[in-house]
Design a protein around this ligand. Structure first.
Ligand code: HEC
Ligand code: HEC
Length: 200
């Protein structure tokens, strides 16, 4: 049922755009095959494809450029990013960052702040909705993706001057707890989940 709505929306979007120059929606449509499917998994290792809806534009741009240059390694994402020029990346980032749903601004579930998060909130915000556009929002992101990201900084698969240092101080239990904490807040959005999607 959800899938058929998604497929219908996908074809409607593609046909609407077939006469025009490539719009941001058209450029983003290939991405929805993974990023638009709720709880779609990456395999080996298995973790959910990250949510992009409502993410900061600047961070999406930085991430796509990092995949394109190979600075951030992921074969599938590299294959997609190498075909994009800077203008296309900006359009795509505009599209995903502007996806807002009705309940995106509802207060988060009343969660007690955990001590482990003290060292994160200065950049990512108390609930993971960072205010600084180059610091990704992590509120509402899939828990297993957050854990995977922290692991990747720790083992060097993913490199970042700030996050590699921070992750190296965390043990297994703390990474699990932090992933669960930030995933439990409202913020990032699942795309095409059958909810009304309002654009900015
Ligand atoms: C085959 C599935 C697939 C497709 C298609 C795909 N992605 Fe991804 N994407 C992933 C996975 C898996 C990751 C997480 C990779 C990692 O661990 O670095 C990811 C990560 C990302 C990230 C980083 C998110 C973050 O929070 O750091 C961005 C941005 C992104 N993709 C954008 C796109 C765009 C734009 C397209 C279309 C041009 C696209 N993706 C197509 C699977 C996909
Ligand atoms: C000084 C600022 C700063 C602090 C403090 C910080 N982060 Fe980050 N974080 C960043 C930046 C910048 C990135 C993007 C790095 C990149 O491009 O890979 C990031 C990325 C991440 C990501 C990956 C998000 C994604 O979408 O792929 C996770 C998860 C994360 N941080 C969790 C944490 C946690 C948990 C803490 C506390 C233990 C923390 N961060 C502390 C700045 C910070």
């Amino acid at each position: 049922m959800k899938l058929s709505i998604f497929v219908a929306a996908f074809f409607l979007l593609s046909s609407l755009n077939s006469f025009a120059e490539k719009t941001s929606e058209e450029l983003s449509s290939t991405c929805l095959g993974c990023h638009g499917v709720v709880s779609y998994n990456n395999i080996y290792p298995t973790y959910k494809v990250p949510k992009l809806g409502n993410q900061h534009k600047d961070y999406i741009i930085a991430a796509l450029k990092a995949y394109r240059s190979g600075e951030r390694s992921h074969p599938t994402m590299k294959a997609h990013a190498v075909n994009l020029n800077d203008a296309e990346i900006a359009k795509i980032a505009d599209y995903f960052s502007s996806l807002k749903t009705e309940n995106q601004n509802l207060p988060s579930i009343n969660l007690e702040m955990i001590d482990e998060a003290n060292s994160c909130v200065g950049c990512h915000g108390v609930d993971g909705n960072s205010m600084v556009p180059t610091f990704p929002k992590i509120a509402g992101q899939y828990e297993d993706y957050l854990y995977q990201a922290l692991k990747s900084y720790q083992d060097g698969t993913r490199n970042n001057a700030i996050m590699s240092g921070i992750a190296s101080t965390l043990n297994e239990k703390q990474m699990r707890k932090l992933s669960k904490y930030f995933a439990s807040h409202n913020g990032l959005d699942k795309i095409n989940q059958g909810r009304v999607v309002l654009k900015k």
